[in-house]
Design a binder for this molecule. Structure first.
Ligand code: MN
Length: 305
């Protein structure tokens, strides 16, 4: 009989490589309360975990089977209260604070994008001068949406509520309203590199600009899967045409991980649809490849390259 147990752990790692001593801690947060178009992101974390068991441990970009070298501890699912978006955000912040991930790389899997500011606020308590690098189709800079300031459409605006967050750099942005455009233009803490700018910049000079802005600094990386083009990942609640290709995305992540100190990252807004395992697998592989770039920068992969 084949064993159809769902993958309880990221990459289906063995016991020895999935302990609390692991360099990376992965926290699934299947929270969904404010999605605005098509829902389903509460199923994203479980789908990514299940798909991750199919991802090869060997990553050609780092030239080795990387995960066993640093370990990934998959934590139990965090289910915040659904009493209100504000209460959910407060609970996530509290839980991440209590968890105390200071000595580990924290990876969170959404869930909707509203989890990002909640996690950032917990990390900001001991990370001054934190820059949030956002891969996303949407600016998420509205001050309020659908009657709540804790909507997924306000995720980056809420990150900026923390004085420890010195900037948000959005890349791949191609959907925003006048309020967000005006806010981005007048705030010295917001940089938007739009998908159109990236598309026309065939020499990828935006990567140099990004490197200059984040070099040597602490970065929280948030990957909203709708930042990628729907030809790569279409299983998301608010898809937008004209997003990043797979290799553009990897190049961007490579620059972030090699030039900044990435303290944590998340992958949010995957809304798995039956039959579209390509989207889910791409998200799982993207999380793994991002993790490997961070561990490479931290010297956890030794000299295996
Ligand atoms: Mn988005």
């Amino acid at each position: 009989m084949p064993d159809y147990r769902p993958a309880a752990r990221f990459l289906g790692l063995e016991d020895a490589h999935s302990t609390p001593d692991s360099a990376a801690w992965l926290l699934p947060i299947p929270y969904e309360m404010t999605t605005s178009y098509s829902g389903g992101t509460k199923l994203g974390a479980a789908a990514i975990l299940e798909a991750s068991a199919q991802v090869e441990l060997y990553d050609a970009a780092v030239g080795c089977e990387a995960a066993p070298l640093y370990g990934v501890h998959t934590l139990p699912f965090l289910h915040p209260t659904l009493e209100s978006p504000a209460a959910a955000a407060a609970e996530i912040t509290e839980a991440v604070s209590v968890l105390n991930t200071r000595d580990h790389l924290l990876i969170t899997l959404g869930g909707e994008h509203a989890i990002t500011p909640a996690v950032v606020h917990a990390l900001a308590a001991y990370t001054p001068d934190l820059i949030v690098v956002q891969l996303d189709a949407h600016a998420d800079l509205r001050d309020s949406f659908d009657g709540t300031p804790h909507s997924h459409a306000c995720a980056m605006r809420r990150c900026l509520d923390s004085a420890a967050v010195s900037g948000v750099i959005g890349l791949g942005i191609r959907s925003l309203c006048q309020e967000e455009a005006d806010f981005a233009a007048t705030s010295d803490r917001v940089t938007l590199i739009t998908a159109e700018q990236m598309h026309h910049d065939t020499a990828r000079r935006y990567l140099d600009r990004l490197r200059e802005q984040i070099s040597g600094r602490s970065v929280y990386l948030t990957i909203d899967v709708d930042g990628l083009d729907p030809s790569v990942i279409s299983a998301t609640g608010t898809p937008e045409p004209g997003g990043m290709g797979w290799y553009d995305c990897l190049a961007l992540i490579g620059v972030v991980c090699s030039s900044a100190q990435v303290v944590a990252f998340d992958c949010v807004e995957l809304a798995p649809t039956y039959g579209d395992h390509a989207s889910t697998f791409a998200a799982a592989k993207l999380v793994y490849k991002t993790l490997n770039q961070i561990m490479l920068a931290r010297g956890k992969l030794g000299t295996v390259r």
